[in-house]
Design a protein around this ligand. Structure first.
Ligand SMILES: NC(=O)c1ccc[n+]([C@@H]2O[C@H](COP(=O)([O-])OP(=O)(O)OC[C@H]3O[C@@H](n4cnc5c(N)ncnc54)[C@H](OP(=O)(O)O)[C@@H]3O)[C@@H](O)[C@H]2O)c1
Length: 179
């Protein structure tokens, strides 16, 4: 079996924000289109483990539609919470250990759900294998940046791009491993 991949799958405005400053993500609804899930259904079938930051988990709980990852192992990164609840396990250890331990066992891919805090640390430690970024056709102007500033440059290899009638453009890259 091939190694499980760690995949960031997320939507952002063209100017690179995943939410407004007040955590408003209503811009995502501008590409809602009945019958079009932008490949999410196929993607999530390849996933059995989800990792997200504590703020993203708190936001998901406000949707009031039930936890979307029931049946998947879900880790919520947090330094303020610990233990488990009915949906998730809180994690405050080394991210490298978490990913390497997941990769040691057979399984499906590992979905990085965001937000920016979780992405920053995983990316800094070169733990993200692939990026699937859905660009929403709007310039939000301000908010929470998908990618925080860093001193490190990361090489990417293009995998594919898809365009949709709503103006959403989905970009897929894989990380280039330095030899
Ligand atoms: N556009 C999209 O598709 C999309 C997707 C996901 C999220 N979002 C949005 O993004 C926003 C949240 O993003 P965010 O960047 O503010 O927060 P976040 O990344 O979801 O959560 C940040 C929190 O994660 C914990 N954390 C991060 N790194 C950690 C580490 N190495 N070890 C332990 N804990 C760690 C900390 O929790 P503690 O404070 O508990 O220590 C930190 O405060 C929300 O508005 C959400 O709706 C949008």
């Amino acid at each position: 079996m091939s190694e499980r991949k760690v995949i960031l799958y997320i939507a952002a405005s063209l100017d690179g924000f995943i939410a407004k400053k007040n955590d408003d993500i209503s811009f995502l609804s501008m590409v809602e289109n009945p019958g079009e899930d932008y490949g999410y259904g196929e993607f999530i079938k390849t996933v059995d483990t989800v990792i997200m930051g504590r703020k993203t988990y708190d936001k998901v709980l406000t949707f009031g539609i039930g936890f979307p990852h029931k049946g998947r192992k879900c880790y919520v990164l947090s330094r303020t919470k610990e233990g488990t609840d009915e949906n998730v396990e809180y994690y405050n250890g080394h991210l490298n250990d978490l990913i390497q331990n997941l990769k040691k066992v057979d399984g499906k891919n590992i979905f990085i759900d965001g937000g920016a805090g979780a992405i920053k640390e995983l990316k800094e430690q070169n733990l993200i294998d692939e990026y699937v970024i859905s660009i929403i056709p709007v310039l939000l102007g301000n908010g929470i940046r998908l990618f925080a500033e860093t001193e490190n440059e990361s090489g990417l290899q293009f995998v594919e791009s898809k365009t949709f009638d709503t103006g959403l453009v989905q970009l897929h890259y894989r990380t280039v491993i330095d030899q």
